[in-house]
Design a protein around this ligand. Structure first.
Ligand SMILES: NC(=O)c1ccc[n+]([C@@H]2O[C@H](COP(=O)([O-])OP(=O)(O)OC[C@H]3O[C@@H](n4cnc5c(N)ncnc54)[C@H](O)[C@@H]3O)[C@@H](O)[C@H]2O)c1
Length: 363
């Protein structure tokens, strides 16, 4: 069966989605939506897409797609995802990260999709990267014993745009167990905006997954952008019987070292398949088999929740307990004294498509 796919927002990341749907062999992109006529037209030409729209609601009504990719800026993710989920034909949605900027918005997205039996995937495609799967398998094999400490570095970008992938990988390597405590410091920087919302300059978090049911506790450290360590999604996983490293600068993708042997196990990756293609295949398979995708609403929620807990901790200058209450006054807004207005400013430099094409205010 070929899934009828629609992509909403045809900027930078939409190209990853389009190529992934094409490579999946199971999907046909029947329509695209973008409020920017030039960007939309260029995208249509590049991928030979039959129908284009300026308004996503009109597209949903007219096309009745099976699967929708939400590739716009984060403040629009909730409205578009919930509307798409309310469309009779829709069976699967891939929403880009961050799932949303607030806890209530993410709750609504997850609940709506669940109620309607829609598979909700989130754009944390690195879960499908070959080296990430290899690390996950090494941990699951038990050869290195239980995970005790994780040190994760995201050496460029900001929390909501880049470190969110690092945090999602930390969760993945910790079997998606719930982080219960976060202590963080965040340098707000000089008023930069990215994807319409304020972003910090640098940050560090110390977090705890407590012992549960005989599985020992895990201590986590996340360093984000312009901290003094180098590396991008460079993660060291200290286990009871050895360490596993992924993405150490200047080293093979995965290096594992047992305490009891002197040898190092280097995982040969060979050609790594494109993770976005694997993520799309996983979503389509999840739709076919009525299961959760590997990167789903809950895992996407936890990555954003961790970041909001960091802002909250920096704001309160204390440890924050998780799960955060959904009533927690919006930590992103409070930390940055943000009025919720979507802005360009310095942030426009980060938008791959250039000018700010989106305006609005988060509720
Ligand atoms: N998973 C990844 O690796 C990855 C990589 C880059 C970006 N992203 C995420 O993807 C999202 C988009 O980022 P981007 O870099 O593609 O941004 P972008 O600015 O390049 O593209 C966004 C597009 O959305 C369009 N748009 C704005 N409002 C719209 C509306 N109401 N209806 C339809 N289209 C609208 C804009 O005109 C623009 O073309 C962000 O959430 C970002 O964090 C994920």
């Amino acid at each position: 069966m070929a899934f009828r796919v629609a992509i909403i927002g045809t900027g930078h990341v939409a190209h990853l989605h389009a190529n992934a749907y094409r490579a999946s062999g199971k999907a046909e992109i029947v329509a695209i939506v973008d409020i920017n006529d030039e960007i939309r037209a260029a995208f249509q030409k590049e991928y030979g897409i039959p129908n284009t729209y300026r308004d996503y609601r009109t597209m949903l009504d007219s096309e009745g797609p099976d699967v929708v990719s939400v590739c716009v800026w984060p403040h629009l993710h909730p409205e578009i995802t919930v509307t798409a989920a309310g469309t009779h034909s829709v069976k699967g949605i891939i929403c880009e990260k961050p799932l949303a900027l607030t806890l209530p918005a993410m709750n609504e997205m997850i609940t709506t999709c669940r109620q309607r039996g829609i598979a909700l995937g989130v754009g944390h495609q690195l879960r499908h990267q070959a080296r990430v799967r290899a690390v996950r398998e090494l941990i699951s094999s038990g050869a290195f014993g239980a995970v005790r400490r994780v040190w994760a570095v995201c050496g460029s970008g900001d929390l909501m745009s880049n470190t969110i992938h690092t945090i999602d990988l930390v969760h993945f390597f910790c079997d998606d167990r719930q982080v219960k405590r976060v202590l963080a410091q965040v340098d707000p920087g000089d008023g930069a905006y990215r994807f319409g919302h304020p972003v910090e300059r640098t940050s560090v978090a110390y977090a705890l997954i407590p012992e549960e049911g005989g599985i020992p506790d895990v201590r986590i450290c996340v360093e984000s952008a312009n901290c003094w360590s180098q590396g991008y999604h460079y993660i060291t996983i200290e286990c009871v019987d050895g360490t596993i490293e992924i993405n150490r600068p200047g080293s093979p993708p995965v290096v594992a070292k047992g305490w009891r042997s002197t040898g190092e196990e280097l995982k040969e990756m060979g050609e790594e398949p494109d993770p976005s293609t694997l993520a799309v295949r996983d979503l389509l398979d999840a739709v076919e088999h009525h299961r959760e995708p590997v990167s789903n609403g809950i895992t996407g929620y936890k990555a954003v929740e961790f970041i909001l807990a960091m802002y909250q901790s920096a704001l309160k200058r204390s440890i924050v307990e998780l799960p955060l209450s959904v009533d927690t006054p919006d930590p992103l807004r409070h930390f940055f004294h943000w009025d919720g207005v979507i802005r360009g400013g310095r942030g426009t430099a980060f938008s791959t498509t250039g000018a700010v094409t989106t305006t609005g205010k988060i509720s």
